[in-house]
Write a protein that binds this ligand. Sequence first.
Ligand SMILES: CC(C)(COP(=O)(O)OP(=O)(O)OC[C@H]1O[C@@H](n2cnc3c(N)ncnc32)[C@H](O)[C@@H]1OP(=O)(O)O)[C@@H](O)C(=O)NCCC(=O)NCCS
Length: 257
Amino acid sequence: MLTLPYSAVGDFFAARGIDFVWRGGPGRERDARLTMIEDIRLEPFSLFITDGSLWSMGAFSYSQSTLPPETKAGRYCSFAHAISVFQSEHPAHFISTSPFAYRPEAAAIFERAIAEAPGKYRPCPYDDRETASIVIGHDVWIGQHTLLKKGIVIGDGAVVAAGSVVTRDVAPFTVVGGVPAKPIRRRFPEKISERIRELRWWQYRFTDFHGLDCAQPEAFLDGLEKKIALGQIRAFEPEPVTLPSLKEYLEQAARGA
Ligand SMILES: CC(C)(COP(=O)(O)OP(=O)(O)OC[C@H]1O[C@@H](n2cnc3c(N)ncnc32)[C@H](O)[C@@H]1OP(=O)(O)O)[C@@H](O)C(=O)NCCC(=O)NCCS
């Protein structure tokens, strides 16, 4: 995990079209810090409404919530506010789910009790800090106040209804909702989903779609196919922000280049 002062790298992100709206109001960015994992990958035109935690996200995606740093999200995603992710799992198969059994350092109450009985206590091995990342496809909309289980995969074009608790993978182009989340409906007839899978419209900048009607999926796909066949548009393949690129920028800045 890497933490950098925003003041040192803000210009780098701004130049690459990665935007931040700081929680806590204007001026908050002055002493903000950005936290990210080593293999972060961010595409331009992404927006974090943030406390400074970053995760991998594709172009034209935005988030009003903070997701775990290992999360990988595609392009054109919309993440509402108050999305959260299950915290660590306690071992329900142990005699007790209390951390005294496996991680007494989690709270001073356990450590103090152990100190009163020196040499008498040994916790059982159990890793509650396993980080299974959540993988989110392209054009995924996650509604407000949803709770996501670690390690799930949310397919391209899926919608997660507000207030859902998602405990299983979500199939592409499916609207899911409820506790636990279950399919509500498919977004499109299978024929259209299949064409979207083939065309992968999210490869393109949305500004390439001028003249196409987003409200008419079938006609949109016909028009997009035509533009592609005529060579009028090309896939958008920007240089992503990665940790090596960020380190290079910092080294150059240190050399005064
Ligand atoms: C799911 C959602 C997109 C609506 O989809 P829809 O297909 O138009 O749904 P409908 O209103 O026609 O309802 C279809 C069924 O889903 C159910 N449903 C709708 N929203 C639901 C929710 N949040 N949780 C559980 N079930 C839900 C309805 O009760 C209905 O069930 P029924 O057929 O048994 O009566 C919408 O309800 C929702 O959750 N929007 C999220 C809003 C949000 O968070 N915005 C943030 C902006 S980034």
